[in-house]
Design a protein around this ligand. Structure first.
Ligand SMILES: Cc1cc2nc3c(=O)[nH]c(=O)nc-3n(C[C@H](O)[C@H](O)[C@H](O)COP(=O)(O)OP(=O)(O)OC[C@H]3O[C@@H](n4cnc5c(N)ncnc54)[C@H](O)[C@@H]3O)c2cc1C
Length: 305
């Protein structure tokens, strides 16, 4: 709960860009999640700085989400303020060629931008849904290429320092679906990507090829959060879950997809508890059947039971 004085502070700083008791099911790709005490969508860096200052001064817990494509939010919701940078949408070509993108720019906007200008290097990310902030923090990628291979620099702010600090990505520690080396409370506000000049046709052809491959291999017609588990070294979580006989396993409205066993789909009305139940089943059955301990890739966010 956020007390009334703090609520007034938040409204004074952000106006209608802060909502209270905001259902997170509307802000996650799984369409699951109870209410956040507050959901703040700052318009710009100034508002973000004011918001971070209020959170710091009032001791409010804060959670950053991009577009919620990799988040499983608890049915009980989220304490404190959820911050989303969806209004940070600056996107421009710079010398190099490089592309500067603010954290809230969507995957489809980046892809379209690169196709239109014939800029190559980011095709791999075409179908990785989310925002630039989420891409960077997750080091999002596919087998052959990840954000670390294209991101040159990133800009971030923290509660203590709301002036944007630019870091070369070579000074950071990108790992499989995670980024280490930033302060724990860093909010990524921008990134600069190094690309290569190509032609519109070539970039589009590669994007189309990758998108068709996704459509053929992933259940894109139902709400999901993509891969639930990280692939263990030298293997695929989906293969192990399938081998453990879990395809089509259901709890409530959630189902382990028969199209891609590392996806859990919300068939309608699924709760976070249903998904967590399936996650536990998959972990236990894969451990029993294959001796491998699966680790979650999806971020579990919010109040625990
Ligand atoms: C159908 C489908 C297919 C997918 N395929 C892939 C794939 O091929 N490869 C892959 O890597 N992923 C894949 N994903 C997962 C997802 O697309 C990526 O993890 C993506 O990077 C999430 O971006 P987001 O903006 O939605 O981040 P969110 O899910 O909102 O957030 C992810 C994490 O990043 C943090 N975060 C987000 N923005 C910021 C910021 N500005 N500052 C600080 N922290 C921030 C959040 O706190 C959270 O911990 C898939 C998901 C779906 C639904």
């Amino acid at each position: 709960m956020i007390d009334e004085t703090t609520q007034k502070d938040l409204v004074k700083a952000l106006g209608e860009r802060v909502q209270f008791d905001a259902p997170m099911s509307r802000h996650t790709s799984l369409r699951i999640g109870g209410p956040a005490d507050a959901l703040a969508t700052p318009a710009d860096r100034q508002e973000l700085a004011a918001l971070l200052e209020i959170c710091r001064r009032r001791g409010l817990r804060r959670t950053i989400i991009g577009a919620g494509f990799n988040c499983l939010v608890a049915d009980q919701g989220i304490d404190g303020v959820v911050i989303t940078l969806r209004k940070f949408r600056g996107l421009e070509e710079r010398p190099g060629p490089t592309v500067y993108a603010e954290a809230g720019v969507s995957h489809s906007a980046v892809t379209r931008f690169c196709v239109e200008r014939g800029l190559s290097g980011m095709e791999f990310a075409a179908g990785i849904p989310g925002t630039v902030g989420g891409w960077i923090m997750m080091n999002a990628g596919i087998g052959v290429r990840e954000q670390k291979d294209v991101a040159l620099e990133l800009g971030f702010v923290t509660s203590e320092n709301t002036e944007e600090e630019i870091r070369k990505t070579s000074t950071l520690d990108f790992r499989y679906r995670e980024l280490r080396g930033l302060p724990e409370d860093a909010v990524v506000v921008s990134a600069l990507f190094a690309l290569e000049l190509s032609s519109r046709e070539e970039v589009k052809a590669e994007v189309d090829r990758l998108l068709s491959h996704r459509s053929a291999t992933q259940p894109l017609d139902v709400p999901s959060c993509g891969s639930v588990f990280r692939n263990p070294e030298g293997d695929f979580a989906g293969r192990l879950i399938e081998a453990a006989g879990l395809c089509g396993e259901r709890v409530g409205g959630a189902e382990i997809s028969a199209v891609h066993a590392n996806f859990i789909a919300n068939l309608g009305g699924a709760r976070a508890a249903d998904v967590l139940d399936l996650i536990e089943r998959a972990r236990t059955r894969v451990l029993d059947a294959c001796g491998v301990e699966l680790q979650t890739e999806v971020h579990l966010v919010g109040r625990s039971e």
